[in-house]
Design a protein. Structure first.
Length: 152
């Protein structure tokens, strides 16, 4: 492999067969669950952004259905059962944050379960929008801004 210009940037290229290695962005999926005007957040137990709060989320693996992955992540991180009700938006997180570059955010309704942190979260709670803890990731902050605009 050698680094060569391909299009507008340097890429790794096989000198024997010409195969070009494209670095794909990490894609994350998350769920915005709002109950009585409060948003569900989890406190991160791992880096990046350890100790800060974010929307329940995780990485999308090759071949996974994003909606099913989002529902699974909520269950793993909060023990809550949700059903997806729509797509909120697609967000960009700067690579320096260390998380997903592209973040797909769904809206969901709570269907059951008893809130309990799990997986890579060490706490899970609902917060009022004017009483939020320190937030992780650009996508979480932008999602909160959208939610606040919706609620006037």
């Amino acid at each position: 492999m050698a680094t060569q210009p391909v299009g507008d940037r340097p890429r790794r290229v096989c000198t024997g067969c010409g195969f070009i290695h494209f670095t794909d962005p990490k894609v994350g999926v998350g769920v915005m669950v709002v109950l009585d005007g409060r948003i569900l957040l989890v406190r991160r137990r791992m880096n990046p952004e350890r100790g800060k709060w974010s929307i329940p989320a995780g990485f999308l693996d090759h071949g996974e259905n994003p909606e099913l992955t989002a529902v699974r992540e909520v269950k793993e991180e909060t023990n809550l059962d949700v059903v997806i009700t729509g797509l909120v938006d697609l967000f960009y997180n700067p690579p320096a944050e260390g998380g997903a570059t592209l973040f797909v955010l769904y809206r969901a309704e709570l269907r059951g379960g008893e809130i309990r942190a799990g997986d890579d979260a060490d706490d899970a709670r609902f917060f009022v929008l004017d009483g939020l803890p320190e937030l992780a990731f650009t996508s979480t902050r932008e999602a909160i801004t959208l939610l606040a605009a919706e609620n006037g």
